[in-house]
Design a protein around this ligand. Structure first.
Ligand code: NIG
Ligand code: FE
Length: 423
């Protein structure tokens, strides 16, 4: 199973046989394609592709494979699935009351300082069972897969006690077990200082380092370790200590940084050889120079800027400086209650002045790098996973981001199997 042949594709985009892990700077403008193409996914992997002019329906590879699913994609495009490298998909409830407070003039930081925000989510999550959390998260995961996401990262960070952080990570592990898409789990115990540790933050950091991290590692519950390194949350020095402790358990760093100010988050990420540093709404030249001398991927989360009214990460400037840029949703109830990568790609074009090709590279190949999935995901390459989506009938590639908010994915395919058809 997992055999699918797609023919008459108007444009097969995101082809890459170079083995490159990242597209950066000027390379981001290039999204190689074949017009009028076919794509053959066998045993869940991309096996071959080419131009319809060389296509033979009676090729033995197709006729001798039983159970082959044949799709005609006349007028439609095929692209590699999106990689959503930053989400908080496991959460208890939505937070629209804070949304209304912000409309009336309160800031995200003011709401957080008054016990709302992350602490509000933590209080709700602590009251829920693992099964209840799983049910909600599973529904959201199904939904984002329908809209073209083919691999995803999910963070803890709404537990903020040993038991509740483990509960969240166990939910993520169960999602991994029951879902066809690849999931990476990130331990984010240092997301906020919980209320009962308000005047003894050092004790909370000790709890993260001495109790949470060893247990998370012992149960093999996480792939990465994240810290919210920003004003009002964790300092650079605290972040550094937590990440150094995490590295002893082979948990690579992925940081929330520079969302609320220029606070040294980029520098502490690079110092710890973080796989990515995410948010970056506030960036100076020093931060750009620092990233240039590193292997750390800058990840922009434009949904968050859109929803909270923050500045957008200067992604155009970063690409022009030769950096790679990655895009992710940040799907969470506080700053991005929308997990559709297509909308993120539109925002990147409209607000950050990325071209459609740059934004799609940022959401695919560079996303795969941000999750350590470069070998298997992020491009149309022989041997990579058969994770693609077929668009609806659309006039051009640029129509995808142009038609913002209108989902253009018709058929999502993961490991060569159809996930959903949206009409
Ligand atoms: O990435 N900035 C920190 N964490 C999340 C928001 C968490 C929340 O408000 O619930 C983010 O935006
Ligand atoms: Fe986040």
């Amino acid at each position: 199973m997992g055999h699918i042949l797609i023919k008459n594709i108007k444009g097969l985009y995101g082809i890459d046989e170079s083995g490159r892990q990242v597209r950066k700077g000027a390379e981001m403008a290039d999204l190689p394609f074949i017009e009028n193409a076919w794509l053959w996914i066998k045993d869940g992997l991309i096996n071959d592709y080419g131009s319809m002019t060389d296509f033979n329906m009676f090729d033995e590879r197709f006729t001798k494979t039983p159970g082959i699913d044949i799709k005609d994609a006349t007028g439609k495009y095929v692209l590699p699935s999106y990689i959503d490298s930053h989400t908080h998909l496991v959460f208890a409830q939505s937070r629209e009351e804070e949304f209304v407070m912000r409309i009336k003039g309160k800031s995200y930081e003011e709401i957080a300082a008054a016990g709302g925000g992350i602490l509000n989510s933590a209080a709700k999550l602590r009251a829920m069972s693992e099964n209840e959390l799983l049910e909600g998260a599973f529904g959201r995961l199904q939904e984002v897969m329908k809209y073209g996401t083919g691999a995803i990262e999910i963070k803890s960070g709404y537990g903020l006690t040993l038991e509740d952080e483990l509960k969240m990570l166990r939910v993520i592990r169960r999602l991994k077990d029951i879902s066809p898409i690849d999931i990476k789990a990130t331990f984010l115990g240092a997301h906020a200082i919980p209320m009962d540790f308000k005047n003894r933050r050092e004790d909370y950091i000790k709890l993260v380092i001495d109790e949470m991290l060893p247990k998370v590692a012992d149960e093999g519950l996480a792939d990465f370790c994240d810290v919210f390194c920003d004003q009002g949350f964790f300092t650079c020095e605290e972040t550094d200590r937590i990440l150094q402790a995490a590295s002893k358990y082979n948990l690579r760093a992925k940081i929330h940084g520079n969302e609320l100010g220029i606070t040294g988050g980029v520098q502490v990420a690079v110092k710890n050889n973080a796989l990515s540093v995410d948010h970056l709404e506030y960036m100076g030249q020093e931060e750009i120079d620092c990233l240039k001398a590193s292997m750390t991927m800058p990840v922009a989360l434009p949904n968050c800027s859109f929803f909270l009214g923050l500045p957008y990460a200067p992604a155009r400037k970063m690409i022009d400086a030769g950096l790679p840029v990655c895009l992710a949703t940040d799907y969470n109830p506080g700053s991005s209650p929308n997990g559709r990568m297509g909308f993120v790609v539109s925002l990147a074009c409209i607000q950050m002045k990325l071209t459609p090709e740059e934004a799609i590279n940022a959401a695919t190949i560079n996303g795969a790098y941000s999750l350590g999935l470069s070998e298997t995901h992020g491009s149309i390459s022989k041997g990579k996973k058969g994770n693609v989506y077929i668009t609806k009938e659309i006039p051009s590639l640029a129509y995808l981001p142009y038609s913002f908010g209108v989902p253009s994915v018709e058929t999502a395919i993961v490991s060569g199997k159809k996930i959903a058809v949206n009409y």
